[in-house]
Design a protein around this ligand. Structure first.
Ligand code: BJW
Length: 244
């Protein structure tokens, strides 16, 4: 049985608004690798070669192929007990939002109502020149032919709609994330190493702004020392127990 305090339960029961920040760890139990854990994506692949725009422009086929592979993993995955517990929590609190760093769409597929995607969504692609959306099928067909995927209208390179290092986060999403953090009476930080900014500053900002902040993670993170309470364990065990 996961170990959390009566204080957290009381604060959740009394909360007017709950904000939840999620990271790759919440989707680990759906079979989607995290980035920085042993066996995670960054152990096998160098982020410098794949997750920034210079790498993409150097070798678009390689980066498009890597994202296609990850998109397929995501399409084959399903939301797990942790995603479902957060969707269920909505029924127990007056207002709630999930701010996610994940690009895997699993909070939407678990039918959480308010999902703020800070780092984009791997199911979407767009043209770097004319910015129009390009369907995944067109990207897959080009890669199949050994060519970089290009925009059917203007011929520009097509990239996944994700946020790479050195890029700004979508301004609307960041504004919404800041607003939900400011409003929060309880803030949960779930399955994130909390080392990537600006997302990593949200739990700290929540505490400064008066929220009760709890972390759900099997390991220590960049914000462990900043939260009121740490619940050690997998999100798929902890969150259903907390919501029940
Ligand atoms: C479980 C579990 C289970 C396991 N249950 N838990 C110096 C200081 C401060 C900032 C910077 C700096 N130098 C550069 C920066 C800025 C940079 C940054 O933060 N770098 C740091 C690494 C130092 N940030 C940016 O560049 C951002 N943009 C920005 O700041 O714009 C302004 C700016 C512009 C120009 C110059 C400077 C500033 C953009 C960041 C974009 C991040 N993109 C990625 C890739 C997305 C696309 C893709 O998927 O390919 O986002 S990187 C990657 O990390 C991904 C994730 O969303 C993100 C966070 O990772 P996350 O989710 O925390 O995963 P892990 O693997 O780290 O952790 C998993 C956790 O789960 C672990 O704790 C496990 O224990 C736990 N876990 N199983 C619960 N079952």
């Amino acid at each position: 049985m996961p170990d959390f305090s009566d204080t957290l339960v009381d604060r959740l029961v009394e909360a007017g608004h709950v904000a939840v920040l999620t990271g790759a760890g919440i989707s680990a139990e759906s079979g989607i690798p995290t980035f920085r854990d042993p066996g995670g994506l960054w152990e096998e692949f160098d982020p410098q070669e794949l997750a920034n725009v210079e790498a993409f422009l150097d070798n678009p086929e390689l980066v498009q192929g890597w994202y296609r592979h990850r998109r397929e993993v995501v399409e084959d995955a399903a939301p797990n007990a942790g995603h479902h517990a957060l969707a269920d929590l909505e029924a127990h609190v007056p207002s709630m939002a999930v701010v996610t760093q994940n690009v895997d769409d699993l909070h939407n597929r678990a039918e959480t109502s308010t999902v703020i995607e800070l780092h984009g969504n791997i199911t979407d692609n767009y043209c770097m020149d004319c910015e129009q959306a390009v369907g995944a099928a067109a990207v897959d067909a080009a890669i199949q032919d050994g060519e970089p995927a290009r925009c059917p209208d203007c011929g520009g390179l097509v990239r996944p709609d994700v946020v790479w290092f050195g890029e700004m986060l979508p301004p609307d999403a960041m504004e919404q994330a800041d607003a939900t953090t400011e409003q929060a009476d309880v803030f949960l930080s779930v399955g994130t190493s909390a080392v990537v900014y600006p997302a990593a500053r949200l739990p700290v900002a929540a505490r400064e702004q008066g929220a009760y902040v709890a972390e759900v993670n099997p390991d220590t993170t960049g914000v462990t020392d900043d939260v009121h309470e740490t619940i050690r364990g997998p999100a798929g065990d902890v969150l259903p127990a907390l919501v029940d």
